[in-house]
Every structure is written in C-alpha cells, then in structure tokens.
Design a protein around this ligand. Structure first.
Ligand SMILES: [Mg+2]
Length: 439
C-alpha cells in the first residue's frame, strides 16, 4: 500500500496575488507573513506531519524569494525541487505540464495560497483504491451549498458524477476543495507551452466517471483577500499560539451505540454507515463541551477493516457521516483521530497494510499525541472520556483527567492496575456536567 511518504506533492505557487497588493508588492503570496511565519509554512508543516517528503514547487512571481526561504528542504527533512514559470502565463494546467520532467507517476496537487487541514492518509488511500477501479484522479470535495463560492460538483452518494466550474447547476451542492491527486499521464498529452486550466481535465474525468471523490468536512482557509488573511491570522493565533482545554472523546459506546452485527453475529462497532446511531444525549453533551470552552476531539480505535469486517473506506465514510450529522445539530467537533490498525492478521483480513503493531491503538496514547502536535492544548485542564479501560489508560498516560462512563466493576480495577479514573459517570451527559466551565 502506497503511503504519503511515497507520494510527491506538487504546489502551485506562481500566482501574483493581485488582491493582496499591499502585502505582495515585495513578496509572493505563499510567503505573506501570518503571525510571524510565512503563510505556506503552516501547510508545509501539516503535510510533513502526514509523512509527505517529496515536493515540487511551481514558482513564478518572486521565485527567488521562495527558493531562498525553502531551499532544498533538507532542514525540514524533506526534498524540494523547483519548476519555473516562463514569460508566457500557462494557467494551472500548463504550469503542471511544464514541470512534466520532474513529476512522478502519481502526485498530489495543492495551491500555495490555501490551508487545507484534512486527512491526507485518506486522500492517498482513496486515490490508489480508485485507480484499481479505473479512476485516474481524486478530487477532495466539501458540502458547500454555495457557502464559500459557487458549488461546482454533483455527487451521487459517494460518487462524483460531474465537475463543472463554468456552468453552475442547481443539483450542485459540493465544491472542489483544492487538494487533488492525478496521474502524470493526464498532463503528458498536452503540448509544452500550451496554456490551459486544470478544470478542463477535471471536467473531462468527471464526465468519464474516472474521478474519485473524498468528502472532507473541515472548511479551508485561503489568503486571497485582506479579509481572508485576517481570518486565517485569527485561526492561527488560537490554534498555535495559545493553549486551550480539550475533551478527548472515545466514539463507540460514548457517542454512538454498539450494534448487533448480523454479518458477524457479535456486538461490535458499526461496520456500515446505516448502522450508526447516536446515543441519547451525545449531541447535547458535545454542545455543552463546546459551550464550556473546550476543543472536542474524537479519538477512536477502529480495527474493523484490519479484521476484514469492513473496508477502511467505509470506516472513513462512517466518521464523515458522524461529523456531518453532529455539525448539522450545532455540535461541531474540532478533529477526529482514528487508529485503523490491529496487531494480528485474521483469516478475513483483506487490507493487509492495516496489520501493524502501532503506537496509536488505545491504551497507547499515540492519537492524543497527534492532537497535541496539531493544536495548542492545556493538558491539565483537559479530559479523556471513554467507556473502557484502554480510554482511561491512554488519557492517564499523557496526564489528562479521565472520566469513565458506565458501571465500574471490580474486574476494571484489576485491568487498570495502578491507574484509576478521575471521575466515574453514568452517561456522557453526566460527564458534560462534571467538566469545569472554562469560558
Ligand atoms: Mg468505547
């Protein structure tokens, strides 16, 4: 299975940033200062944390400054190559075509003026999975309903059936998010020095049914105008320069019901989207956590795909469904961290790459560490809330307060060893009433 470390990232950085004139007179858009750091540093750090190592920057305006700032990437543990815009403006497609000699067989393409905090492991996984079924590209899409810009994508279930940015239609309720993956051969057919927009390739692929979709749930940030730059600065200050209390929530048995799975004749996590049911008061409790001033993160072990009971794609679908449904009820979660691994291969296992002795499967605290690398978190004021020993152990390991939900029986004490929960609650709603108000 190809992972992020093997995938090349191509970044379009040639834009002039005309709407940001007062900031870009001297400097390219990607280097505009945001809270003491160039804008693109935030996105590059994010991608490096997902494991991407190989980058190609497509540069034009003030190319010298970008090269001077990022160099060959070695001080960040990555490699960066450069492709230069010539005299003629080639559009997004032409700029990628011009870099053809530097491109690998498959690559992720993003824009140097966007901040997109999505699950890139899912992007890579879905792209290569799609390829096995004849797809040649992947587009990340956001349910938009004309919130940010004109919607331009028609989805049918999880299938992308039309992308057209020039002819908006009423059935379009998704928008292309800005991160895509492509086969190199899609660009090789164009003559060098021909100007064209990537939208042309995207439209043709969508009509041919060769475009895989990844539905993302988090808004993006861009710096196209002084207003959006100010908005991103505010976001960055909260996320990186301050610390905030957080609630780490286990998922199954806390947010949603454990279900009886006919397929496997066991009580288990939901293995299909239709099996996902919220527990009473979960939505209300999450709203309370948010109102009390906490980040809400979901940290969840989901070994179902590793055990062959479902696919990793379906596990992602279930999380996306939950996040969307919560947001629709005014209970937005801030992030979700999932461990899809299992240490042992089972007879039904199909996705072998999920079999791993990892450091993220609770009781290991790896998922919590991932959240800590991404956000400024005040650990002593934060809580891990779950219905099993492994939740309590994972939380204690990093110094969080812990709330155990359910009946606390004697065998629990034995399994917990010298660890004990800070509180025991009968329900998530009781847990929500126990946590301190941090407003
Ligand atoms: Mg649980």
């Amino acid at each position: 299975m190809t992972g992020a470390a093997d995938v090349q990232v191509v970044v379009l950085m040639g834009g002039l940033g005309t709407r940001l004139k007062e900031y870009t007179k001297e400097c390219p858009k990607s280097l505009v200062d945001v809270c003491g750091k160039p804008f693109f540093d935030y996105q590059l750090d994010l991608l490096a944390a997902w494991g991407f190592k190989k980058f190609v920057f497509l540069i034009g305006y003030r190319a010298d400054m970008i090269e001077e700032h990022y160099g060959d990437g070695s001080d960040r543990g990555i490699s960066i190559k450069y492709s230069y815009d010539g005299e003629k403006l080639l559009g997004t497609g032409g700029a990628v075509r011009r870099a053809l000699d530097l491109l690998e067989e498959d690559f992720l393409l993003i824009y140097g003026d966007s901040f997109m905090d999505i699950d890139y492991a899912e992007t890579v996984y879905r792209y290569f999975r799609g390829k096995q079924n004849g797809s040649r590209a992947l587009m990340t899409v956001l349910r938009n309903n004309n919130r940010f810009d004109k919607s331009n994508v028609v989805m049918e279930g999880d299938r992308l059936i039309l992308y057209d940015k020039h002819n908006p239609a009423p059935e379009m309720d998704y928008i292309d998010y800005g991160a895509c993956m492509y086969e190199r051969s899609l660009f090789a057919g164009y003559p060098e020095d021909e100007a064209f927009d990537i939208a042309k390739i995207q439209h043709e692929l969508s009509v041919d049914g060769k475009m895989t979709a990844q539905i993302v749930t988090k808004r993006f940030y861009e710096i196209g105008s002084p207003e959006s730059l100010a908005e991103f600065s505010g976001y960055v200050t909260k996320r990186f320069s301050q610390t905030h209390p957080a609630i780490f929530l286990d998922r199954d048995g806390v947010i949603n019901e454990i279900v009886w799975n006919d397929d496997i004749e066991q009580l288990d996590s939901p293995m299909r989207v239709e099996q996902f049911r919220f527990l009473p008061d979960a939505v209300k409790a999450i709203r309370t956590f948010k109102e009390k001033g906490y980040y809400v993160f979901v940290v969840t072990n989901q070994p179902g795909a590793a055990k062959g009971k479902t696919s990793l794609a379906t596990l992602y679908d279930i999380n996306t469904y939950m996040i969307d449904a919560l947001a629709a009820e005014g209970a937005e979660i801030d992030d979700l961290f999932m461990c899809p691994h299992y240490p042992k291969k089972l007879p039904m296992t199909k996705e072998d790459f999920l079999i791993r002795k990892c450091n993220c499967r609770k009781p290991e605290p790896g998922l919590i560490y991932r959240a800590m690398r991404k956000y400024g978190i005040d650990l002593a004021a934060s809580y891990m809330i779950g219905d099993s020993c492994s939740d309590v152990k994972a939380g204690s390991a990093v110094g969080l307060n812990t709330i155990f939900i359910g009946d606390y029986k004697c065998d629990m004490c034995k399994r917990l060893g010298d660890v004990s929960p800070t509180f025991i609650a009968s329900s998530i709603l009781e847990a929500a009433s126990v946590v301190e108000d941090k407003r």
